[in-house]
Design a protein around this ligand. Structure first.
Ligand SMILES: Cc1cc2nc3c(=O)[nH]c(=O)nc-3n(C[C@H](O)[C@H](O)[C@H](O)COP(=O)(O)OP(=O)(O)OC[C@H]3O[C@@H](n4cnc5c(N)ncnc54)[C@H](O)[C@@H]3O)c2cc1C
Length: 545
């Protein structure tokens, strides 16, 4: 997949921020959210090629788009989420709605539908979820019955109900997952098709500037050429292929919203004087409410950037990596926003200071596009398979690579990440021998532990070789953050690993040594000093206005 040149991407991000500054001050965002209003005019502005033309981002150049890639989507999604996650969700719904087309449509279908999107700026919606089929999409009951003429299928009649669909009540076009005789398949359905109606907007906890509605399909006729990819039964595979991208987008939402809340807290901490000095100088405040959130968010960013670059390099089948990115970034964003309320004290609890709105908004990111628990499951299942297939080498080989990085760059926590990965290999092997994953809880906890160990390795690697330019932090801050995250990971693998393995009845008295518990404790030396540095660097990076 192509990627925008750096100047073009910067130009889009700058235009987006300027548009938000002029048109979306906090008072306007609060008005939209209190009124629970879909901002149609703003969405039209965002899609207007004369202003920003956001819908063009993912459309290939040959069809009139900009031909942006996964990295561009991540940067734009992060910037959108920092402005307003409800509006960002409206934009995401179009990206999401066109993804089954991007990954599965025939060349003719792509040319027709994507060119029309570029020209008309249609709003799209993605209709997968049903009342009884959420996490378990295989349980879907919407049907697509073939209509035959002269022995040839000329169309389908779709019947069923979709639930919680973003842009559901406002879209022009819908991609709908339905069971055809050959299996689950995606279809393109237009607004206004006979038998197609939408429910009233859902009254939501957050992202209230986005429209979420149910879809009702009663014998809705679509011609056969609306079957995406022209072959029945590819729907779940296409949905899976879409996940690499869409989970990355939602990960970027967690990152953008979480950082926006955290930046507000960092700035506030410099102005708020309590106990004889600004809160930004009080460790009990910074090391609990600010620093750990900045570290988690940047660890997630390192992983997001790695996945985006791999997608842009043409790799497919990165649904698990997308899951790790989404899991960590959205949990980190949610936690950062929660802590930002605390960091602003009573002010944080009022609407005016915006962090309570961000908290309600960012909450959805741990639910849509796959819940955090489903992410844990996805990660654990896949890496469990890798462990079995490689006969335990998967993480040992990765640990060897982290050791090499440590030899070249001893200041980024790569050595600790290597220890975490080696301990993880030992933990997985013990789980295999004692059949511990018969307990679903152990399997899910392994998913969490894997996510920490992998991000520790990636964060260390990138802090040394490719420090991000997107966060506004200096390389030495990122190095300190990578060390703090690696300490967290090594402690989690050893501590949580031992806890759950023992809790589930593991049998090896030497497991504590194999999981390097003593080394994980010793690795914490220097932690508070690194946190001191990060706290003061955050103040420098985000000074009070
Ligand atoms: C605001 C909003 C916008 C959305 N937009 C869209 C959209 O545009 N298109 C679309 O198709 N869908 C959309 N969704 C649906 C969303 O993707 C689903 O809500 C989500 O996948 C979870 O499904 P569910 O709500 O049925 O929860 P469930 O699947 O019932 O899950 C409930 C809880 O059980 C846990 N759980 C589920 N299965 C298991 C298991 N096997 N083992 C252990 N725990 C489990 C989950 O983690 C969760 O905590 C949207 C939802 C919301 C709220």
């Amino acid at each position: 997949m192509a990627r925008l040149d750096a100047d073009m991407l910067e130009q889009i991000l700058t235009t987006l921020r300027e548009y938000a500054q002029q048109n979306l001050p906090p008072s306007k965002l609060l008005e939209l959210e209190i009124g629970h209003e879909f901002p149609e005019r703003i969405m039209k502005d965002l899609y207007d090629p004369g202003q920003i033309g956001l819908h063009l981002l993912t459309i290939p150049e040959e069809f009139g788009g900009l031909g942006g890639g996964a990295y561009d989507i991540y940067r734009v999604s992060e910037a959108m989420a920092a402005i307003d996650l409800g509006i960002a969700t409206g934009v995401l719904a179009t990206f999401l709605g066109t993804d089954p087309i991007n990954v599965g449509a025939t060349a003719e279908q792509k040319a027709e539908w994507l060119s029309a999107l570029a020209e008309h700026g249609h709003f799209y919606a993605y209709g997968a979820t049903e009342p009884q089929a959420g996490s378990d999409l295989g349980a879907l009951t919407t049907t697509a019955m073939p209509v035959a003429e002269g022995g040839k299928v000329v169309g389908y009649r779709i019947s069923g109900r979709k639930q919680w669909i973003s842009n559901g009540g406002v879209a022009d076009r819908y991609t709908i997952l339905a069971n055809a005789p050959g299996g689950p398949s995606w279809f393109l359905v237009d607004k206004g098709a006979e038998g197609f109606t939408t429910g009233k907007p859902e009254d939501k906890h957050g992202i209230r500037a986005s429209n979420t509605a149910a879809l009702f399909l009663e014998n809705v006729y679509v011609p056969a050429d609306r079957l995406i990819g022209a072959v029945e039964g590819k729907g779940l595979v296409q949905a899976q292929a879409v996940f690499g991208y869409t989970r990355l987008m939602v990960a970027a939402f967690g990152l953008g919203a979480g950082w926006e809340a955290l930046r507000r807290a960092v700035r506030y901490s410099q102005e708020r004087v309590q106990g004889g000095g600004p809160l930004s100088q009080k460790q009990g405040y910074t090391h609990k409410l600010l620093v750990p959130n900045a570290v988690r968010l940047e660890a997630a960013r390192a992983y997001i950037e790695w996945v985006a670059e791999r997608l842009d390099g043409g790799e497919e089948d990165l649904a698990t990596e997308g899951a790790v990115a989404k899991y960590l970034a959205t949990e980190a964003g949610n936690r950062a926003a929660e802590d930002a309320i605390q960091a602003l004290g009573g002010y944080g609890y009022t609407r005016e200071y915006m962090v309570e709105k961000i908290k309600r908004d960012v909450r959805i990111t741990t639910i849509y596009e796959g819940t955090s628990e489903i992410m844990e499951w996805t990660i654990a299942r896949d890496r469990w398979q890798q462990h079995l297939k490689s006969r335990g080498r998967y993480y040992l080989d990765w640990a060897a690579r982290a050791d090499e990085r440590h030899a070249q760059s001893p200041n980024v926590g790569a050595g600790l990440a290597a220890t975490a990965l080696r301990s993880l290999a030992a933990l997985l092997e013990r789980a295999r021998l004692d059949r511990l994953t018969r307990n679903q809880h152990v399997l899910f906890r392994l998913g969490e532990i894997v996510a920490y160990a992998e991000t520790a390795a990636l964060f260390a690697e990138r802090a040394a070789a490719a420090p991000t330019k997107a966060s506004g932090l200096e390389p030495r801050t990122l190095e300190a953050m990578a060390r703090v995250h690696a300490r967290e990971a090594v402690f989690r693998v050893a501590g949580d690993g031992l806890r759950w393995a023992t809790g589930a009845g593991q049998t090896d008295p030497g497991l504590k040594q194999q999981l390097c518990l003593d080394a994980a404790v010793a690795a914490q030396a220097g932690l508070v000093e690194d946190m001191d540095r990060i706290a003061s660097d955050l103040v420098r990076a985000f000074p009070a206005k």
